[in-house]
Design a binder for this molecule. Structure first.
Ligand code: URP
Ligand code: ZN
Ligand code: ZN
Ligand code: ZN
Length: 470
């Protein structure tokens, strides 16, 4: 039996904080106490916080959009995640419209996920809702450990499903104890705005934001809630970015409906002024969906986190290399007028910066306490997606996924020092309070300061349970 002892740290979870020791046996937490002793590999944690490893439930790893592929493999993304204090991810497996077999799409995902360095689960994205895909989805949700399904209300040409399909999927997945995740934006409305912008010659990246107004998110969240209420199913809104979206969620929750929602660091820390540049490359870095918004929206998101109307902060890690993007003929000319914003792949990196950014702004910046920080980044996502208390907790029997964090050190964000394959960070040069010292995945030391001790393929596929809510 392999024993590891983490000694003298400030053990901090979503609900408690105490100074002491954690004994790990064969990857699981075996004992918690004040002065444990054992014949074990010892790690001194005096002066450090010991946190549950982060749980990031929104990533697009090794994902082919049809016109571009995201930059990371499961190996590079999960290594980057680990260096950022995240030890569990739940990634979006994807059933493209031209591959109508959900099972085949999932098997393909599972094959690619085999190189993961930390544990990974999957949600299943459905783009074709038919009796056959519904039957395959039923098997995955009931028996395959894939207890959440994602639908898009946006991207009419490639991903969107209509409201009838929304209702069908919600009713079935809800009956099966699963959770439906929704990208809530009004796709046809946005498409009309995009067509009008292009016809008027508005092609610069700022038009990506201008054609996706905040009301298109708010309307879609209201509609998603109405359909989920009719279906009697819980729903989880991904990457909320607007005041209207948060208010729609709050209205639903005030009516006691099982409605959950996440936001992402870029919406909390950046705003739409990032599009106000003639440097197409700089603006292309912030072309993701939903787009960045004005400060009024940012304030509403922070308020949603404080009131509990938003329960999760995930990354939507969906990175495309700017250097590769600019190689396409389309981006060869850098001038804004030579651009067509609709051809910039949508998405940005974030898997390595989520926890450090949130610690700095939220905890050191006194927007929330350490326990809420842990809840939003680890415990709540683990609970909502059927992983708690195996993940997101420091308790006897839990997986020993742990982060040793120095609250008094400083980290400077530099893409050149990151572990993702992507070639930029949205937060380049930011100086953040706090630093990750060591990271353990099921009791194995995988991050040791700047040294990588993990291994491709060491991560396991997580067969998730039904969502228990919060
Ligand atoms: O721009 C983004 N977010 N790309 C990934 C797909 C999605 O909508 O989440
Ligand atoms: Zn989305
Ligand atoms: Zn996404
Ligand atoms: Zn776009």
């Amino acid at each position: 039996m392999k024993r590891v002892l983490i000694r003298g740290g400030e053990v901090t979870t979503a609900v408690d904080r105490w100074r002491g020791d954690i004994l790990i046996e064969d990857g699981r937490i075996a004992a918690l106490g004040a002065a444990l002793s054992a014949d074990a590999e010892i790690h001194e944690a005096a002066g450090l916080l010991v946190l549950p490893g982060g749980v990031d439930v929104h990533t697009h790893i090794d994902y082919d959009t049809g016109s571009a592929r995201t930059a990371d493999t499961f190996e590079t993304a999960t290594r980057a995640a680990a260096f950022g204090g995240t030890t569990t991810i739940v990634d979006y497996a994807f059933q493209p419209r031209d591959v109508p077999s959900v099972a085949a799409a999932f098997d393909d995902w599972l094959g690619r996920a085999a190189t993961a360095c930390v544990d990974v689960g999957a949600h299943m994205i459905l783009t074709a809702v038919t009796p056959a895909t519904l039957a395959e989805t039923r098997r995955l949700v009931r028996h395959g450990g894939v207890t959440s399904v994602k639908l898009f209300m946006a991207y009419p040409d490639t991903l969107m499903v209509d409201d009838g399909a929304l209702w069908r999927v919600m009713r079935q997945v809800g009956d099966d104890g699963g959770l439906v995740c929704l990208h809530a934006e009004n796709g046809p409305l946005i498409q009309a705005l995009v067509e009008e912008a292009l016809a008027a010659g508005h092609t610069a990246p700022r038009w990506h934001a201008a054609t996706r107004p905040s009301c298109a998110e708010g309307e879609a969240v209201d509609r998603a809630v109405a359909v989920s209420e009719l279906a009697g199913a819980p729903v989880y809104l991904v990457h909320l970015s607007t005041r209207e979206g948060v208010e729609a969620v709050a209205r639903a929750r005030d009516r006691n409906l099982p409605v959950w929602a996440e936001t992402c660091p870029h919406y909390l820390f950046l705003d739409e002024s990032a599009y106000d540049t003639d440097d197409v490359e700089a603006a292309a870095k912030v072309v993701f969906t939903p787009p960045l918004r004005g400060l009024e929206h940012q304030r509403a998101l922070w308020r949603g986190l404080a009131t509990g109307d938003l329960q999760v902060i995930s990354t939507d890690h969906c990175p495309f290399c700017i250097s590769e993007t600019t190689l396409t003929p389309y981006h060869a000319k850098r001038a804004a007028e030579a651009c067509d914003f609709t051809r910039i792949p949508n998405g940005a990196p974030g898997i390595e910066t989520r926890m450090p950014l949130l610690f700095d702004a939220a905890v050191a910046g006194r927007r929330m306490d350490l326990h809420r920080f842990v809840a939003l980044t680890a415990t709540n996502p683990a609970k909502l997606f059927g992983l708690f208390p195996r993940k997101g907790a420091i308790a006897v029997g839990s997986d020993a996924d742990l982060v040793l964090f120095d609250p008094d050190a400083t980290t400077t964000v530099r893409a050149s020092e990151h572990h993702s394959r992507v070639d930029y960070s949205l937060f380049e040069g930011w100086s953040l309070r706090g630093a990750i010292r060591k990271v353990f995945s099921r009791g194995e030391l995988i991050v040791d300061g700047a040294i990588w001790r993990g291994r491709a393929g060491a991560g396991r596929f997580l067969r998730r349970e039904a969502s228990g809510g919060l």
